[in-house]
Design a protein. Structure first.
Ligand code: F6P
Length: 340
């Protein structure tokens, strides 16, 4: 028998950049909500669709065959109107019209800011972290990062094959907006010779050039540099490096392919869990919370508390990346008692 809850009608929307695993979260909200006796509305095109009443009542079958699909079946948008009092008023008006008492917002920090404003107007709101960038401070996991970083890793392996065959240097730019998590993880996973991160911007082009020449001299057939989107300028960097080293250098910007594709098992399972937690929180009458995964457990934080948190890129991971890559020859030389 369906459990009775304080909230009878909920809505779910995806907002900001899409991320693989969002469909698993939507599916979880729909089916877990229905199992609790709630009416569940799917809101299309994020807050824009909410304001334009692009809304559909969801049945369990509406989310069949979606868990394995990339993107978001609800579509998504970046909605500037949510930053205006008129936009908020319109969103609240539509929620009242449809009887939507609780709303699950799957997205990033920008989406939570809109959610927080709706919560201040009496709509119960729960945020679920959805972004490939992993740049939400209150959580160590965001929906889509695992798939995106695996997609980028596989693409970089392929670039490495051709780079090595042609004995070229390759600069591969990965997504992440202002955050370097995808770059750092790929740097380690792909064994990159160099990683350029916005959080640790100690970029020294001459050092990079010396490194490339040194590696070539010692017999390395490729030199992979992972550059984060937040640093950018990969094409001009490649031109300067080629001119200075005499080694053919190519820039590859991986771009939007990192956001697509079927979600990994981790993204499907964690997104499903987070979607269910969001519904449970609404069922308990909670509002203004954001679901998180930190220190080995799923938890939830006050949205404002979550938005005020900061997180730093892991210094030890950076050290690992550097120790395992271009220091390789130096460490070998040191072990042999030679000058590094
Ligand atoms: O937030 C995800 C992300 O893909 C970032 O990595 C990137 O900077 C941004 O979205 C691109 O946004 P848009 O889809 O609006 O071009």
């Amino acid at each position: 028998m369906a459990e009775t809850t304080k909230i009878k009608t909920i809505g779910v929307l995806t907002s900001g950049g899409d991320a693989p695993g969002m469909n698993a979260a939507i599916r979880a909200v729909v089916r877990h909500g229905l199992s609790k006796g709630m009416k569940v509305y799917g809101i299309y095109r994020g807050y824009t669709g909410l304001m334009e009443e692009d809304i559909k009542e969801m049945r369990a079958g509406d989310v069949s065959d979606t868990i394995e699909k990339g993107g978001t079946i609800l579509k998504t948008a970046r909605c500037k109107e949510m930053r205006t009092p008129e936009g908020i008023a319109r969103a609240v008006e539509v929620c009242h019209k449809y009887g939507i008492e609780g709303l699950v917002v799957i997205g990033g920090d920008g989406s939570y800011r809109g959610a927080e404003k709706l919560a201040n107007e009496g709509i119960n709101v729960i945020g679920v972290p959805g972004t490939i960038d992993l740049d939400i401070a209150c959580t160590e996991y965001t929906i889509g990062f695992d798939t995106a970083v695996n997609t980028a890793m596989e693409a970089i392996d392929k670039v490495r094959d051709t780079s090595s065959s042609h004995e070229r240097c390759s600069i591969i730019e990965v997504m992440g907006r202002a955050a370097g998590y995808i770059a750092l993880w790929c740097g380690i996973a792909n064994g990159a010779e160099d990683i350029i991160l916005p959080e640790k911007y100690d970029y020294d082009e001459q050092k990079l050039i010396d490194n490339i020449i040194d590696n070539k001299r010692r017999g390395k057939t490729h030199h992979i540099i992972i550059n984060a989107e937040g640093v950018g300028h990969s094409a001009s960097m490649a031109r300067r490096i080629e001119a200075a080293t005499g080694i053919e250098t190519r820039a590859t910007i991986l771009g939007y392919m990192q956001r697509g594709g079927s979600p990994t098992c981790k993204d499907r399972v964690y997104a499903s869990t987070m979607g269910c937690i969001a519904v449970d929180l609404l069922a308990q009458g909670k509002t203004k919370r954001v679901v998180s995964y930190s220190n080995g457990a799923f938890r939830d934080y006050d949205i404002n508390e979550g938005l005020a948190m900061t997180k730093n890129i892991d210094e030890y991971q950076i050290e690992i990346a550097r120790s395992l890559s271009h220091n390789y020859y130096k460490s070998e030389a040191l072990a042999d008692g030679r000058e590094a």
